[in-house]
Write a protein that binds this ligand. Structure first.
Ligand code: NDP
Length: 299
């Protein structure tokens, strides 16, 4: 396969996300002009010092500001109590300048994650993790949709157009990726299979798929010979592995990219695939939340 053929198979999530972010920024400018300076505001709460979470939160805040929105960052210590975190969430629910609230996961062990997420006003739940939003999504109603699966769906529709009737296999059944991804693809009339660690003959299950979404957290687990020729592969995984250079690491996905690209019709790389879409969709959700909270039309 020559390099042009390879390039054509790579789904450029980074480029798509840049386009989405600039469309959101234009809408924010228009909203401010037409509604007396109305500025979408995103509040991010981070508890503890997890280095990966710190990087995500810094990026989220930077891109929020770049999109012309207001960014509010709340750093709370590792030993924060359930009551204190709940109090912060309730404060932000009541704050008119805040239209979106995101509590960075994972949370320390002393915190009941479900209670915290479900305390967020569903209208401000820009991560789409609240039971009300997952219920709305599951029943085909207008919901705030989790950012990562939403970004995956945008990439799939951009590449394939109508997804109706396609066989989709999702690997992973988490509440933040696998399950909402399944609900979204079902709503697009795909025939959806959700696989997980107890699935029998996983390679055979994956070989049936026109669309594969891998959200496992295991470096390069999905091999090239698991992929049906021409299938579209979305790799959500972010796995840090040792790099060739001593002491350094690099990031790889859940799919063995070099093998899979030889077979797939299209594939997202890691990095520069799904990752950048997640933050872009977070910004879009914040804009949507702001519009809805102000009685304005939003998709
Ligand atoms: P979870 O750990 O919550 O879920 C992983 C899923 O993979 C589980 O359902 C688990 O099955 C399944 N699984 C584990 N081992 C196997 C196996 N050997 N065969 C088949 N299935 C298996 O992970 P998340 O959904 O939160 O994240 C998945 C990956 O996506 C991670 O690498 C994460 O870093 C990445 N991620 C990337 C994002 C982005 O912005 N690009 C955003 C969110 C996540 P079981 O339920 O049976 O245990």
């Amino acid at each position: 396969m020559n390099s042009t053929e390879i390039d054509n198979r790579i789904i450029d999530g980074k480029g798509f996300a840049e386009g989405l972010r600039s469309r959101v920024a234009e809408e924010v400018t228009a909203l401010k002009a037409s509604h007396n300076g109305l500025t979408p505001g995103l509040a991010v709460i981070i508890v503890g010092e997890d280095p990966a979470s710190q990087i995500y939160v810094r990026n989220k805040n930077k891109q929020t500001i770049e999109a012309g929105m207001a960014g509010f960052e709340f750093k709370m210590p590792e030993d924060t109590s359930q009551a204190d975190l709940l109090k912060k969430v309730l404060e932000l629910n009541a704050d008119d300048k805040v239209h979106g609230i995101l509590v960075q996961l994972p949370l320390p062990d002393q915190i009941d994650e479900h209670e915290i997420i479900n305390a967020i006003d569903p209208a401000k739940d820009v991560d789409g993790f609240h039971v009300v939003n997952s219920g709305l999504l599951a029943t085909g109603q207008k919901a705030m949709v989790s950012c990562t699966p939403l970004g995956c769906l945008m990439l799939l529709k951009d590449r394939l157009g109508d997804l109706s009737g396609l066989d989709a296999v999702i690997i992973g059944r988490s509440n933040i990726v696998g399950k909402p991804m399944a609900a979204l693809l079902l709503a697009e009339s795909c025939t959806v299979t959700i696989s997980h660690s107890r699935t029998r003959d996983l390679p055979d299950v994956v070989r049936r798929a026109d669309i594969v979404v891998a959200a496992v957290g295991r470096a390069e687990m999905v091999r090239g010979d698991w992929i049906k020729p021409g299938a579209t592969v979305i790799d959500v995984g972010i796995n840090r592995v040792p790099a060739a250079e001593e002491g350094k690491t690099r990031v790889v996905g859940d799919v063995a990219f070099a093998e899979a690209i030889e077979v797939a019709g299209a594939i997202t790389p890691v990095p520069k695939g799904v990752g950048p879409m997640t933050i872009a969709c977070l910004l879009q959700n914040t804009l949507t939340a702001c519009k809805r909270q102000n009685g304005l039309e939003a998709d």
